[in-house]
Design a protein around this ligand. Structure first.
Ligand SMILES: Nc1ncnc2c1ncn2[C@@H]1O[C@H](COP(=O)(O)OP(=O)(O)O)[C@@H](O)[C@H]1O
Ligand SMILES: [Mg+2]
Length: 492
């Protein structure tokens, strides 16, 4: 467990980015931190790999204060994933993934083997190994970024808005991929997002922050929906809350029913509905009563293992016969159907189940950090809130999708993280990033702001190349330093 104990961070210019944060991050689970732009999410994350040091309080990992650990050793146990993957543009996919093993001195053969394994682990074809990042889609780049962070098998994954820069459809796919991956690897994950839907869908536990660096509430997604701690939390989780809950309730709890199934459309009985499957038992359509010899399109299907009630409901709503067709993940084979009534009963059951578990689990719920401002925060004038976001900068899209929320310049700077070299310069040579004059804090990465705001597809290739080049050279510098003995900690 990683534990924040009354952690505060005030930057040199007086900005209180994080105030009195107490939070427990359980091992092997996903903790999402969600909040509007500028509320201190990135600062919180960067205190975990000690790119930023708290000004007050402390952070422990399994009881040991982070400050007593060597930074280099600490960071090697922590994979770091940022928006757009942060890949080296001039290195192939396989070389990008092998970055950290290479630095750790693994042999070329071992590094190569591990990289190819990871490529498959994140659902990418080995054929992509020799491509360059620019030859990949945004979603593929993000998967490579995850593979790269996993290369040295870290215990912890720190993920700063990892899925923000891709379109909603790809984003949904990345969510499924990510949850599936976590079921296999069970890392301790802190994932930052500004999108409440994403936070609730991915998080075992969700920490909600509000502007001013305060923790507004921490709890399971269902707890946030059922018992929002204050008006601020209620304000954004409250909208569509019943519908929202469907996104994290598993479809695997539904009891599947059967329907007549045929391979050949002509074999369907003239009365009643019949499901048509292909030679691999994958559903392809329905034969409706009175329409012999003709298959009507299927509508959406849902994954009977990894799917959610939301997927099942979507499947039933798009079905021409009011039956959601469940399929086996991977093969896509027909598994069974469920009716609208069954799904609604499932929703009801999930609620009852939750009510019981809340009664039992009342204890572990973490205290809500008292903040001076329990009311919803006024719009931050620095927030560049665009369409698809409400006045607090929350994504307002219903489908778990969102436009890229523009972050402020610090946030964009932070996106580059350790790898920007910006903080590291200061730290490696004995200072703190935030001990630098504010102008320095903002300086070298100012141009990155545009990159983060526009997203990878909107900006000119030259601009992107320049940004990435800057990124790459900084990262190389940092990496070559990382293999030096890290004696700065001793001096501290
Ligand atoms: N190095 C810095 N110096 C001064 N202020 C900073 C620095 N980094 C971040 N901030 C400020 O701290 C606050 C929190 O920033 P950040 O953690 O990046 O927020 P988020 O990730 O939630 O958007 C913001 O007001 C931001 O402007
Ligand atoms: Mg941020």
């Amino acid at each position: 467990m990683i534990e924040f104990e009354s952690v505060g961070k005030t930057f040199r210019d007086g900005t209180a980015a994080v105030v009195d944060l107490s939070l427990q991050v359980p091992s092997g689970q996903i903790t999402t931190i969600v909040g509007p732009s500028g509320c201190g999410k990135t600062t919180t994350l960067r205190m975990v790999n000690r790119m930023i040091e708290p000004s007050s309080g402390r952070i422990t990992w399994d009881g040991t204060p982070l400050r007593s650990k060597r930074k280099t050793a600490l960071r090697r146990q922590m994979g770091y994933v940022i928006q757009s993957g942060g890949l080296f543009p001039h290195r192939t996919v396989v070389d990008n993934i092998g970055t950290v093993p290479g630095l750790l001195g693994w042999s070329k053969t071992k590094t190569q083997k591990r990289s190819l394994e990871l490529l498959e682990n994140v659902g990418l074809d080995r054929k992509l190994a020799d491509r360059y990042p620019a030859q990949l889609s945004g979603g593929q780049q993000q998967r490579v970024g995850v593979a790269r962070a996993l290369a040295a098998d870290p215990l912890v994954m720190l993920m700063d808005e990892p899925f923000s820069a891709v379109d909603p459809v790809v984003r949904g796919e990345l969510h499924e991929f990510f949850l599936d991956l976590q079921r296999r690897i069970s890392k301790t994950i802190i994932l930052i997002t500004h999108d409440i839907d994403e936070a609730m869908k991915l998080g075992d536990q969700v920490a909600v922050m509000r502007v001013g660096g305060h923790l507004a509430q921490v709890g399971t997604p269902q707890q946030l929906l059922d018992e929002p701690a204050d008006a601020f939390v209620e304000g954004f989780v409250g909208r569509d809350r019943g519908y929202r809950a469907l996104s994290f309730q598993p479809a695997s709890a539904l009891t599947l029913e059967g329907v007549p199934v045929v391979r050949d459309v002509a074999a369907a009985a003239p009365d009643g509905v019949t499901l048509v499957v292909d030679g691999d038992a994958r559903p392809v359509g329905w034969v409706l009563p009175g329409q012999p010899g003709r298959a009507t399109p299927l509508g959406a299907t849902f994954d009977v293992e990894g799917g959610t009630l939301r997927n099942a409901l979507d499947a039933v709503l798009t079905s021409p016969v009011g039956l959601a067709v469940g399929v086996v993940p991977g093969s896509g084979r027909y598994a069974g159907v469920v009716s609208t009534a069954t799904i609604l009963a499932g929703v009801q059951q999930a609620r009852v189940h939750h009510a019981e578990s809340v009664t039992v689990q009342e204890g572990p719920r973490q205290p809500v950090a008292p903040g001076p401002d329990p009311e919803p925060t006024a719009p931050d004038p620095t927030d560049d809130v665009g369409p698809g976001h409400d006045h607090r900068g929350w994504s307002t899209s219903a489908g778990g999708s969102t436009a890229l929320a523009p972050e402020d310049e610090h946030a964009a700077t932070a996106e580059l993280g350790d790898e920007s070299g910006q903080d590291v310069d200061a730290e490696t040579f004995g200072g703190e990033a935030d001990d630098q004059p504010p102008a320095d804090d903002r300086g070298p990465d100012e141009h990155e702001h545009g990159a983060a705001e526009q997203g990878p597809d909107d900006q000119g290739a030259d601009r992107r190349a320049a940004d990435l080049y800057q990124h790459e050279s900084d990262l190389v510098t940092e990496e070559s330093r990382a293999v030096q003995p890290d004696d700065t900690d001793v001096r501290r």
